[in-house]
Design a protein around this ligand. Structure first.
Ligand SMILES: Nc1ncnc2c1ncn2[C@@H]1O[C@H](COP(=O)(O)O)[C@@H](O)[C@H]1OP(=O)(O)O
Ligand SMILES: [Mg+2]
Ligand SMILES: [Mg+2]
Ligand SMILES: [Mg+2]
Length: 402
């Protein structure tokens, strides 16, 4: 981080002993400003008025990812100086992944009515509790406190112990009963480090089903990326996608323009289709996706972008298909697809595994699926599924000959 960010430019309020929960008198203080959603009581009233049973949770989720996006944007600007930890699986994790997770957890706890709180999130505090991690822990603490202060979100400050404990709020196992928030604090960390696309992806599971999802994509243009010259919203960057079950999907700017309904493209001829896939060939088999596209008759080259921004772009019709085929042995996590998949399905699309089965988010932290995830509109899905199955069979036959 930029050294100027390492020290707080304001007097630090008294630390709270364990986690983010301050003493009861301070906790009673409401957010100083609440640009998106207002108090939980107001949210509940709005929820009843809108007929959306999850309206309060949706507003809280939008506020949470918008706050986290502010932190991520600040860190991405300073990225060359920021700390990068390597996790046990060798994937990168930055101060922003941790900071984002803490802010989302904080905002949800502050905005959603009291009751059981369960969060299934990607990061945990294990690496930060090791010897040698003191400096990065201090950086995260400063970064989180500074973002809370700068945005005027809450009258709260974290201690280092509070930071560790807040990260571990995300250790829930999820499952088929009750409500669970599902969070990827930075989806597409490699894109984030490159200065490219990433998303803060947050969903809510209720009785094992995804009922709500929000995707903050700070680097995604607000208008279509398939037609960069013909946009009405100019060059505005930063898109917030959202969807609630049965209520459709929307996009709005990250700085608060009114939401607009979105829908998936209606293309039925694959010749006119384009497809999204991972930028990283280590995340998805580009040879297999190329063969699927060829069998289907897609002419356009793949559009490679990082993160669940692909689901958002697909949902608003920037492209027609999303293909994801991780290498053998990779286990998909629920936080990599929960928010994105509801944005696509509520925009009128379908998301399945390679065998055509719906994704099942009720099995804990992982998805138990037949290799590969595909998404498209209802018209293209039957021919896409056939192309997928033919391409997989061909790849397996070729492998068995080796
Ligand atoms: N080896 C891997 N194979 C597939 N996906 C991976 C792998 N390592 C990390 N990921 C996750 O894939 C997603 C990014 O996919 P894409 O390449 O399509 O952007 C991210 O969720 C990323 O995790 P993370 O959230 O840590 O960035
Ligand atoms: Mg990661
Ligand atoms: Mg991810
Ligand atoms: Mg992540």
């Amino acid at each position: 981080l930029n050294p100027s960010r390492a020290r707080l430019p304001y007097p630090t309020p008294p630390p709270f002993p364990t986690c983010c929960r301050p003493s009861s008198s301070t906790y009673a203080a409401r957010p100083r400003s609440s640009p998106r959603c207002g108090s939980p009581r107001l949210l509940a009233v709005r929820a009843m008025a809108s007929g959306n049973p999850y309206a309060a949770e949706l507003a809280a989720a939008k506020k949470a990812v918008t706050l986290a996006a502010r932190l991520c944007q600040a860190v991405q600007q300073d990225i060359v100086h920021s700390g990068i930890q390597s996790k046990a699986d060798k994937s990168p994790v930055t101060v922003a992944d941790y900071g984002s997770q803490i802010l989302v957890s904080l905002a949800l706890k502050m905005e959603v009515s009291p009751g059981p709180f369960s969060l299934v999130a990607e990061e945990d505090s294990e690496e930060l509790r090791k010897d040698g991690a003191e400096e990065i822990l201090e950086e995260i603490t400063d970064l989180v406190n500074e973002t809370i202060f700068d945005t005027g979100s809450y009258n709260i400050s974290f201690t280092k112990e509070g930071i560790l404990s807040a990260i571990d709020d995300g250790k829930s196992e999820g499952g088929p009963s009750g409500r669970h928030w599902v969070l990827d604090p930075i989806d597409g960390t490699k894109g984030f480090l490159r200065g490219d696309q990433y998303a803060i992806a947050l969903a809510l599971l209720d009785e094992g089903k995804v009922v709500l999802g929000v995707l903050a994509c700070p680097n995604l243009p607000l208008s279509s990326i398939s037609n960069p010259n013909g946009s009405s919203s100019g060059h505005q960057v930063g898109a917030l996608f959202s969807a609630t079950i049965g209520c459709g999907a929307e996009v709005e700017s990250l700085d608060g323009s009114p939401p607009q309904k979105i829908s998936i493209c209606s293309i039925d001829n694959p010749v006119n289709a384009s497809f999204f896939e991972s930028y990283e060939s280590a995340h998805s088999m580009h040879d297999l996706t190329g063969s699927i596209a060829e069998k289907l008759g897609v002419l356009a080259p793949p559009v490679r972008i990082d993160s669940q921004a692909k689901y958002g772009a697909l949902a608003r019709g920037d492209g027609a298909i999303y293909l994801r085929f991780p290498h053998k042995g990779y286990k998909e996590k629920i936080w990599d697809h929960a928010a994105g998949s509801i944005v696509v399905t509520e925009a009128g699309g379908i998301v399945t595994d390679a065998a055509g089965n719906d994704l099942d988010f009720s099995k804990g932290r992982f998805l138990d699926l037949d290799t590969g995830i595909i998404a498209t509109n209802k018209r293209l899905m039957p021919s896409l599924l056939k192309a997928v199955q033919d391409a997989i069979k061909e790849k397996n036959q070729a492998a068995s000959l080796l």
